[in-house]
Write a protein that binds this ligand. Sequence first.
Ligand SMILES: [Ca+2]
Length: 559
Amino acid sequence: MMHTRFLLVAAILIPPAALAQNCAALTSVDAKLLPNPSTTIDSATTNAQPGHCEVLGKINERTGINSQHYAIRFHLRLPAAWNGGFFFEGGGGSNGNLGNALGNLQGQQPSNALSLGYAVVSQDSGHDNATNNDPERNGNATFGFDPQARRDLGYNSYDQVTQAAKALIRVYYGRPASRSYFVGCSEGGREAMMMSQRFPDYFDGILACAPGFKLPKAALFGHAWDARSLGEAAKAAGVYDRFGQPFLNKTFTDEDLDLASQAVLAACDALDGLADGVVDNFPACTAAVVAPQLAAITCKGAKRTTCLTAAQVAAIRKLYGGAKSSQGEALYADWAWDRGLGGKAGDSYYQGWRVWKMGPFDAAGNSAIIAALGSSSVSAVFTTPPTPVPMNGAGPLAFLNSIDLDRDAAKLYATSGEFTESAWDFMLASSTDLSKFKARHGKLVIVHGVSDPVFSINDTISWWNDVNRLNNGNAAEFVRMFAVPGMNHCSGGPATDRYDAFAALVAWTEKNTAPVKIVATAGAASPWPGRTRPLCAYPQQARYTGSGSIEDAANFACQ
Ligand SMILES: [Ca+2]
């Protein structure tokens, strides 16, 4: 049944004089109007382009058990030409950045939520990378030594800031927001999914891109497994950094990764019926299908630029197989074989896979993001109790390599002393029970790159299938997942990585027009600038209709 869920109210337009007056008044807002009495408004100033009131505030300022100073700091922009909506911009990495509160729509859109007329909030999730940062004690993950800062990262800050922002919107405009959206990628994608599960009443529409919805497992097991797999190739090649650690950056040149990428293409491009450089039928692109092509590029003798060593091929195969215990039990997820692990040599647009797994080839030392961000997060935040690790020298990678995949899983689920919630519990965003969100007609759109090196799309697909089973095959009524072949983490790679998934979410949320496909465009640095393709709601895939330009989405159907 079609239904319109929102009263069609005219947008509010505040005259300039009133804007300035109402804005300044927020600094002395009656604390009784705010849900958390510890909230303070530090500044509220008018700003142009578009005209809006910019608010900086904080909640629960305090000193943690590790003697660091904390607060949940938020950044809110209230446009004079308000469309009646509220937009929460999710974070990224391990957060600790206030964000610009412009409202990133994801999909590399030229516009932002503020210019569309939304009231936009961003926040730092309860710690500040500028001050909560100790290089000798896990760098900017040092907040993990404070249990409340952990909870704030996991769920509490989003709860507090949503309530504060909604209250300030009510005060400023004299009425509440008529609809609310949460949009984020990566950790922000985890936050988005978490909101649909833990706070199902807060948002009407949620866009979760490349969601790290099992972030602690992806980091503890996934990153450790990647480092181990590539470390074996480094050892085989005899490349070590100056601290004696396997030098992951040197395991593959850009040309080497491009060879592997071409091998995947040779094996899987035409599985969708069209050799166009896009592996649309990636679920059929299995390790067994790729194996003969990898064998074909394996050096018969010495390493040359046109072949990979047996150790390199073995490392890639092991990495893609996903983290396993010594008993062969899957610990996180395997990875979808796709071409986005490489591309043009030396082109930053094609480094999105390697910067996470191994870092740029020419770096002076180990610089994989999994070693830096992954290691600090796992040691300080995702295991209990936290382990002090220096974020310099051999520290980060040595810690990652010291993880025992059989024994250390327990630390994910452990509580200890003042750490009364396990990392798995406070970071939880992988529940398959979305019944409350569904019951209030909430809509969830997920977009995920098939070549995402951080969070495996196979894990997202597995979750969606579980949700679908739980909903008797009708999960698409409220949650749809769109795969982007070739795309790396949130963007980049040989892919059509420009798309307006937010507009699709708004149409679904407000007009009940469910997205069947989202048209995406390839950027200037891609192999096919300007190419358009439909992104299809899983399990559908894009198929060429057989006539017309293969550069035009109009000649492809989702089936
Ligand atoms: Ca193809």
